[in-house]
Design a protein around this ligand. Structure first.
Ligand code: 4NP
Length: 161
């Protein structure tokens, strides 16, 4: 099972989502590859925002050594599921999809909490630390659902081939 988390810069939301899901999968003993990427090239090579690193470390998750990268077309082949944080990420990723199979891999992350809602993980970039704490709580709940679905078999790589 290979899961990619996507936001705009790959320094605030998606690296946090990557760290949270990896930690949950590891503690559940699941074989899941987790990665993250940004739709923009703004922060390529940078480590995550200090407030994402801080809120993760408050929950005993280390994301301090991750490096931002841009989403690339081959990610459609390399991952079973691609979770986006907001509508703008959704449109930017879908625009790069070559066929229906690739499009079907792309989902709003918060649809895992509230199916069909297309709810957005708010961009904490322009706000203070409380925004990062709020984002953490949203991502944590969504990643709990994903982990449970992998355990129950509702989500598996075979579903998507
Ligand atoms: P992210 O947050 O998409 O959650 O990583 C942002 C990071 C950087 C910018 C915007 C959002 N920026 O405009 O540079």
């Amino acid at each position: 099972m290979k899961i990619l988390m996507v936001c705009l810069g790959n320094i605030c939301r998606s690296p946090l989502a990557e760290g949270i899901l990896r930690a949950k999968a590891e503690s559940a003993g699941l074989e899941v590859t987790v990665d993250s990427a940004g739709t923009s090239n703004y922060h390529i090579g940078e480590t995550p925002h200090r407030d994402s690193v801080r809120v993760a470390s408050e929950h005993k998750i280390d994301i301090g050594r991750l490096k931002a990268r841009q989403f690339i077309v081959s990610d459609f082949e390399d991952f079973d599921l691609i979770y986006v944080m907001d509508e703008s990420n959704y449109k930017n990723v879908l625009r790069l999809a070559k066929n229906q199979e690739q499009k079907s891999k792309v989902h709003y992350l918060l649809d895992e909490i509230d199916p069909g809602s297309k709810a957005e993980v708010p961009d904490p970039w322009y706000g203070g630390y409380d925004g990062y704490q709020h984002v953490y709580q949203l991502l944590d709940r969504a990643c709990d659902v994903i982990t449970s679905k992998i355990i129950s078999g509702e989500l598996s790589s075979e579903v998507f081939v």
